[in-house]
Ligand binder design. Structure first.
Ligand SMILES: Cc1cc2nc3c(=O)[nH]c(=O)nc-3n(C[C@H](O)[C@H](O)[C@H](O)COP(=O)(O)OP(=O)(O)OC[C@H]3O[C@@H](n4cnc5c(N)ncnc54)[C@H](O)[C@@H]3O)c2cc1C
Length: 443
């Protein structure tokens, strides 16, 4: 059977591409998915936020009418209730408020860097320049703040700030409005309802290994471990991490400029370590709990001995803390998770604040994500590497004409120059690629 379109990947981009195709009257398509489930990285150990709910098509079209409960949790707001601890002792509330306000100011100044000479610098250098302006030299909060900010930005990007470009920060557009998290279920549940018709067309456990356009034929052949499929157009939505690993063989090879874009773009890591307790022994109202002990970082699992928790009590009512770690720290968490070192280090940090007896008695179980070794993603999400530009996202998105009316198209968060890394980027790319596939089919 010759399909009009084969879509590779049943994440948000692939599902939305399918839905947009169907809305344009193209129903002769299938989706090939390597795992046994839809939603890709939007499963419970992955995406949980809608970053800005105003003028955000993903929120408007998919989330707002899904009938799910949402709660606000904003890392970046000066008013976000956050408990900060330094060497086991709480920072008093006015200092904590100052920390939050300064972080919000840091982000504002980073936005302004777009029009300044810092645009070509690694993000770490731009941050140092801004922090030197925000703090007096002898302010004892300065090193503490720097440690906290670098840790937070490392999990925001999935990479240390010295690897990230300032231009990448500037090009990424934030939606206005609130930072919302799901207070029940996961995006996977939301997608299962929203994309019910598309999910029926998913062929699960079909890992694509080869995409070939044989000379003289009118189809592109897509091979998986079990079968071959033929289509006029193929839409590739696998994560950038998979493209970087070269686990899909393209014949003819991808154009050099696309290969270069795949190399140039960064694919970071965000690790989530979930700790469940029998009861809540921390401040129930705080959205975030931050433990900083950089003076004693030498033997710590994570580089700055910063532990950053999201408190699930105000969101889901569960006595659960989710620790975030990005980049190298995330990798250290994932590599040591099975050996229990990540859990031990994180519980150890909590013990310094709340006491060993309290923590030990309440601790129930933990689970750690493994995005770095997951062969369906090999990481968490895209970032713009130091010295590089968002134009690589545009190059990645470019369609290749393979002759005889055959087209190889690309979508997914990495192809969005403005919303890479985000659900919104994946969503928008799905709409755009379907529009293009439709237009090409009619030529
Ligand atoms: C820990 C974590 C936290 C995140 N938090 C947020 C957040 O709070 N808010 C936000 O907006 N974004 C967040 N993101 C990013 C968000 O999840 C992604 O941007 C979005 O889900 C990407 O959608 P996609 O369709 O582009 O890719 P994916 O969801 O990765 O879909 C690609 C699909 O391709 C499949 N696949 C891979 N290889 C093959 C193959 N060879 N053959 C067939 N199928 C294949 C995969 O299994 C997957 O289902 C987070 C991501 C992670 C990992």
């Amino acid at each position: 059977m010759l399909y009009d379109v084969v879509i590779i990947g049943a994440g948000l981009a692939g599902l939305q591409a399918a839905k947009s195709l169907r809305e344009r009257g193209i129903t002769n398509y299938i989706i090939l998915e390597s795992t046994d489930h839809i939603a890709g990285r939007a499963i419970s150990r992955g995406a949980m936020w809608v970053h800005g709910h105003e003028k955000n098509p993903f929120y408007d079209d998919v989330v707002s009418n899904a009938g799910v409960r949402l709660a606000e949790a904003d890392f970046c707001s000066p008013t976000s209730p956050t408990s900060y601890f330094y060497q086991g002792k709480p920072l008093d509330t006015s200092l904590a408020a100052r920390f939050n306000a300064l972080y919000a100011e840091l982000l504002t100044q980073l936005e302004l860097a777009e029009s300044q000479s810092e645009i070509e610098l690694p993000l770490s250098e731009t941050i140092t320049i801004i922090i030197n302006k925000l703090f007096a030299e002898d302010d004892r909060l300065k090193p503490l703040f720097l440690q906290m900010a670098l840790y937070r930005l490392a999990f925001y990007y999935g990479a240390e700030t010295e690897l990230v470009s300032t231009s990448g920060w500037a090009s990424a557009e934030e939606f206005p409005g609130r930072q919302l998290v799901l207070a029940e279920g996961s995006f996977q549940d939301v997608f299962a309802k929203h994309y019910a018709a598309e999910t029926e067309k998913v062929m699960f456990k079909h890992r694509v290994t080869d995409i070939a356009a044989p000379v003289g034929y009118e189809y592109i052949q897509v091979s998986t471990d079990y079968a071959c499929f033929q289509a006029s157009s193929v839409i590739v939505t696998v994560p950038l991490g998979v493209l970087k690993q070269n686990t899909i063989n393209f014949s003819p090879a991808l154009p050099p400029e696309k290969q270069k874009a795949i190399n140039n773009l960064g694919f970071g890591l965000l690790t989530k370590l979930e700790l469940e307790f029998g009861h809540c022994f921390w401040d129930q109202e705080s959205s975030f709990i931050v433990l900083i002990d950089y003076d004693n970082a030498e033997n710590s699992l994570n580089s700055g001995n910063v532990h950053y928790f999201m408190n699930m009590m105000p969101i889901t009512g569960e006595p659960k803390l989710v620790a975030f770690a990005g980049g190298k720290d995330g990798q250290a968490y994932e590599y040591s998770a099975t050996a229990g070192a990540a859990v031990e280090s994180t519980l150890g940090a909590l013990r310094t604040v709340y006491g060993a007896d309290v923590v030990n008695a309440a601790y129930s179980k933990s689970s750690c994500s493994d995005w770095s070794t997951d062969e369906n993603s090999y990481g968490a999400y895209t970032f713009i590497k130091e010295g590089q530009h968002d134009r690589d996202c545009k190059t990645l998105r470019k369609t290749s004409s393979l002759g005889n009316n055959r087209f190889l198209l690309f979508a997914g968060e990495a192809t969005s120059p403005t919303h890479y890394s985000l659900l919104s980027g994946a969503y928008e790319s799905g709409i755009a690629v379907a529009k293009e596939a439709y237009a090409l089919r009619r030529q």
